[in-house]
Design a protein around this ligand. Structure first.
Ligand SMILES: Cc1ncc(COP(=O)(O)O)c(C=O)c1O
Length: 421
């Protein structure tokens, strides 16, 4: 049996609280660059739509969505990825979700449950493949289901994408589900089409599902990151083994709305729906009304991209080539090589009131004992330009050109709840 571990073991913010909360911020105005929560506002029409549909609060959320919402999602996918008309059937291939997080979690619940019901495997726990570093929900879902998380390095040496094809075929045969996050949190790398096509082929060969977590797909500078559905369209349109997850949290700066969707193989969508009907909250009709309009509207998304573009231009100017800085292919994080991410995070908090996430808190040590995130900090560029500029200037002042500082003591402190998707 895989080792049972608590959810907290994987939660970067629980660990960050233990690291920092015993220490006062070293500045009167702390800047929290730790949490990847958009600070830009969604368009005002969100409120109009919710108010307009307020009579519908008395209805339960429809598990399969509405023709209007699912149609808006399918049309957006078709526009965004240049899909052939009709490839995505709004009712069969799209499932509304409160956010991508819920879908990612329940997709593992569904895959492991199916595996057990069908009596597959030889008694060994099923494997869930994930990149390392990883979004904590991936590992949490695996341990919740008694499955074995297998962490696959996504480091500078692998172009920050996991090389699943290099795994032992026996491990691949035990896999029931695999996560791919592109653009990736935290590294900001995006998979190219060839990578996506190879992963779909690998999944079919070894019969596991891939959950393509594409929630950062709309946050980019000039080149829209590739998505799995466009690759599938190019190779004939068969959706088997594939689920793609999308969300309005980042695209529309609306993480509080809890509105997203999964798209993919009809049978997998049915199974995900069945799992969500057991434990999911659904998406209420007023929220679906707002979501419908958001998926159909592009002006606010372009303005959102401008907002992040400004922040990354500031980062390029202020950081230069320190800490291995590069503009990400997508998303709103910097992944900076500071030598010792935990020591740097403590120093930044104590000396400058800047809160960042040590990269090692988003990743697991490999079989060689090396944690692939340990040298890094993750910095969220979600604030307005003035705050971002101030935060980045403080980072340079405190960390300067030196990388790493081993004098920081790690202390135990009470855990404080922290948010992030
Ligand atoms: C990689 C990744 N996937 C999924 C999510 C979940 O986002 P949401 O549930 O708001 O769509 C997040 C949120 O931070 C994330 O970073």
């Amino acid at each position: 049996m895989p080792e049972r571990r608590s959810f907290q073991a994987f939660h970067p913010f629980a660990r960050l609280s233990r690291l920092l909360d015993a220490h006062p911020a070293g500045h009167d105005t702390p800047i929290l660059l730790s949490i990847g929560e958009p600070k830009n506002q969604p368009p005002a029409f969100v409120t109009e739509e919710i108010v307009g549909a307020a009579a519908k609060w008395s209805s339960y959320p429809p598990p399969r969505g509405t023709a209007a919402y699912n149609g808006a999602c399918a049309d957006w996918l078709t526009r965004r990825y240049g899909l052939p008309q009709g490839m995505i059937d709004p009712q069969r291939h799209v499932l509304p979700l409160p956010g991508s997080r819920e879908g990612l979690f329940f997709a593992v619940v569904s895959a492991v449950q199916e595996h057990a019901v069908e009596g597959k495997g030889d008694g060994a726990p099923p494997v869930i493949l994930m990149p390392n570093p990883f979004y904590h929900v991936y590992a949490g879902a695996a341990v919740a289901m008694g499955a074995e998380p297998v962490f696959v390095p996504a480091t500078a040496a692998t172009g920050f994408m996991p090389n699943y094809g290099a795994l032992d075929p026996a491990v691949l045969d035990r896999a029931v589900f695999c996560f791919l996050n592109s653009p990736a949190n935290p590294q900001g790398a995006a998979a190219d089409r060839a990578y996506l096509a190879r992963l779909v082929a690998l999944a079919r060969r070894h019969d596991f599902i891939v959950g393509f977590d594409e929630c950062y797909a709309e946050i980019y500078d000039t080149t829209p990151p590739a998505g799995v559905l466009e690759v599938i369209a190019e190779s004939g349109g068969a959706l088997d083994h594939v689920l793609a997850f999308h969300s309005l949290s980042k695209r529309s700066s609306a993480p509080g709305l809890r509105c997203g969707f999964a798209a993919g193989d009809a049978a997998l969508i049915d199974k995900l729906d069945a799992a969500l009907r057991v434990g999911g909250a659904g998406v209420s009709l007023p929220i679906l009304a707002a979501g419908t309009r958001l998926w159909r509207e592009e002006a606010h998304v372009e303005a959102n991209r401008d907002y992040y573009r400004r922040n990354f231009e500031l980062a390029a100017r202020i950081l230069g080539n320190r800490f291995g800085f590069r503009k990400p292919d997508g998303g709103f994080f910097l992944w900076l090589d500071v030598g010792d991410g935990e020591a740097a995070a403590l120093k930044l908090w104590r000396e400058a009131g800047v809160r960042v996430v040590p990269g090692g808190y988003m990743s697991e040590p490999g079989p060689d004992g090396v944690n692939p995130g340990a040298r890094y900090i993750r910095v969220a560029l979600v604030y307005d330009a003035a705050t971002t500029e101030e935060g980045l200037n403080r980072i340079v002042q405190v960390l300067g050109d030196d990388v790493g500082d081993d004098d920081a003591a790690v202390s135990a402190a009470p855990q404080v709840a922290a948010a992030e998707g």
